[in-house]
Design a protein around this ligand. Structure first.
Ligand SMILES: Nc1ncnc2c1ncn2[C@@H]1O[C@H](COP(=O)(O)OP(=O)(O)O)[C@@H](O)[C@H]1O
Ligand SMILES: [Mg+2]
Length: 235
């Protein structure tokens, strides 16, 4: 299955990237708060659930209950999948707290990776979302240390050959990127822009390894009951 294309959950986006994301790779969804990163992640996981795939959501900024509520507001009922153990929300906030103020960052990264690997195997998850990845790898340490941690995480994820991972990251703008961008197979940028005194949502395909793509910016909406829906570029 490694290298096959799997649906992003957004039909119009799949068409733009040769059918979808490459199975087994990691991708970065980057954008400021409110741009739709969590919804993108949930839509990706829900698509998998509908296909009979297992999914894992690693919650860092939000409580599992909030994630379930957010999905429900978009028409995606996660509870049957949680009951059937096809969908698991891993509350990773504890790892972040445990790290604050001590020098155990390295071993904690090992712990995070071990826990993540166990959960991926346990659930048989072929889709994983880490939302957001920043707090796991940044902790006020040197750039070199952060790079090490990011590398450890992404290399560990590579060992799960059939698992495709989306990690989300905050960004202050298109020129500001974390080092995690160099470690992923693709980057999708979500933004909100003011156009004729209205905010519009945009999605930019910034990087997609081994994929022919038009580096254009696309408009999208977040619609209750449907999630992210891309609009015709001519609109
Ligand atoms: N059920 C919904 N229907 C329509 N829009 C929604 C719904 N839920 C959230 N949104 C919109 O999505 C935005 C948040 O998206 P989210 O994925 O949480 O952003 P991020 O994770 O990037 O901070 C909200 O600001 C809101 O405008
Ligand atoms: Mg979010």
């Amino acid at each position: 299955m490694n290298g096959q294309r799997i649906s992003t959950g957004i039909d119009e986006l799949d068409l733009l990237v040769e059918g979808g994301l490459r199975a087994g790779r990691s991708y970065l969804i980057v954008g400021e708060p409110g741009t739709g990163k969590t919804i993108f992640g949930l839509q990706f996981l829900y698509k998998g659930l509908l296909n009979g795939e297992k999914s894992l959501y690693v919650a860092i900024d939000e409580q599992p209950a909030e994630v379930i509520e957010q999905a429900a507001s978009l028409g995606w009922d996660l509870s049957p999948y949680i009951e059937k153990k096809e969908f698991l929300i891993l509350d990773a906030s504890g790892y972040i707290n445990a790290r604050a103020g001590d020098n155990q960052a390295k071993s904690d990264m090992h712990k995070i990776i071990t826990e993540l690997s166990i959960r991926i195997k346990q659930t048989g998850a072929t889709r994983v979302v880490i939302d957001p990845v920043g707090p796991l790898i940044f902790s006020g340490e040197s750039v070199a240390r952060v790079q090490d941690q990011a590398r450890m995480l992404f290399y560990a994820l590579k060992n799960h050959a059939v698992t495709t991972t989306l990690v989300t990251s905050h960004s202050a703008g298109r020129n500001v990127r974390g080092i995690e961008e160099y470690l992923v197979a693709g980057t999708i940028v979500l933004e909100m822009e003011l156009a004729s005194s209205r905010f519009v949502r945009t999605l930019t395909l910034e990087k997609m390894r081994s994929t022919a793509l038009d580096p254009a910016q696309y408009l999208f909406k977040i619609i209750p009951g449907r999630g992210i829906v891309m609009q015709q570029t001519s609109e």
